[in-house]
Design a protein. Sequence first.
Length: 471
Amino acid sequence: MMKTRIAILGGGPAGVGAAYKLRQLDAAEVVLFEQNDHLGGNAGTFEKNGHVLDYGSHRLHPVTEPEVLHDIQSFLGEDLLDRPRHGRIRLRGRWVHFPLKPMDLVFHLNPGFALGAAGDMVKKTIFGKGDEGETFGSILRANLGATICDDFYFPYARKIWGLAPEEMAGIQARRRVSAGSFGKLLKKVFGQVPGFKAKMSGRFYYPRHGFGAITQAYADQAEKLGAEIALRTQVRNLEQNEGGWQIRAANEDASREEQFDQVWSTIPLTTLTKILGDQVPEDVVAARENISYRAMILVYLDLETHQFTEFDAHYFPEANLLLTRLSETKNYAVRSEPKGRTVICAEVPCLVGDETWNSDDATLGKRIEADLRHCDLEVTCKIAEVWTRRLPQAYPLYPVGYEEPFEKLDAWVSKLPNFLSYGRQGLFAHDNTHHALFMAYSAAKCLRDGQFDREKWLEYREIFSHHVVED
């Protein structure tokens, strides 16, 4: 009996995770198509000037589903490091440790901020939080009060998503802010105190050779089990027929046309519907035009010093600063090489085509230098080089009312026979890598004797809807 042939579109965590799990379960023949020359997508790793670098700041969180975590640990062995979180947030001109620590808050938190937050908490305790409303702004203000919102969450949100808090849908607060109430916030703070601290609280996993090693390990295992990984291969056309799906793809050397029983897509829904072309109804095309993404420019500064700071990441909510986060990958992996050199990566949210997106690397590097100087993080060593990586679809945008066009697009794609759209981009979800891998495993478990169990998949999608992003 011939096995079901499945084409997987996209080589990020959701794609390679499914390729591995399908082969591990011996459930299907698999060909994975990835248009780039590397795997991992935004969760990948690259090398430049002797540095091993990620596309921004990435961690594998301890809340990873046990089966997924077990597999990653078995793939990477001792190369999967157990690391302490050691970051900082800038609040009213002062640095506060992140994750939040009680004693650090006592000695370093701005007094005005501390008094304001405490007053807000007392008010909530006595009078209750009142009506939450339905927007990101109303939900967080009802739960956390004015001080934390106005000094941290709201300016940070405006920078990341380019929208006012009142313009963002409430799901952004429920799924993007893990400490979305005073109770949750206090639990996180006191979770760092010995005696109250959970086993992996304040810690994370990180591969010795960069975060992209996770995706690469899945791909390696999938190939060992018989999957084909086709890099530098762009899928140009998907056509439904009686046997399933005809795929036309090409790389720089040749084109290929193949028949598959099923297609599993992890690429953005907007891109997918363009590949499907005339098969997409006009109302779905119209809905697609109302789905958008926030872009990100990663600005890398190659510094002639062994270490810029001792911290793995810094967070910058201030509205007058261009960057939102700064990471130093060398600190994540405790690397000693290259000696006398390190790279810092500044994350700059923007829109494709705006003034920031169109700025050249030198201009962006100078702006990051100025921002760091303003925050008492002046770059005093020589900068060997500045370069950027640009991510056009870094975050899905959830303005108020986004649900209607998304649901129309999602409903149409979900009804395509022998077709599955999943993963962060396929479900338009701002999720972590461990969420994407859990989706991949869940999808593979829905394939039974060549048939995809849609009812079981809907049960999994209900679970996915409650995922909360880990910072």
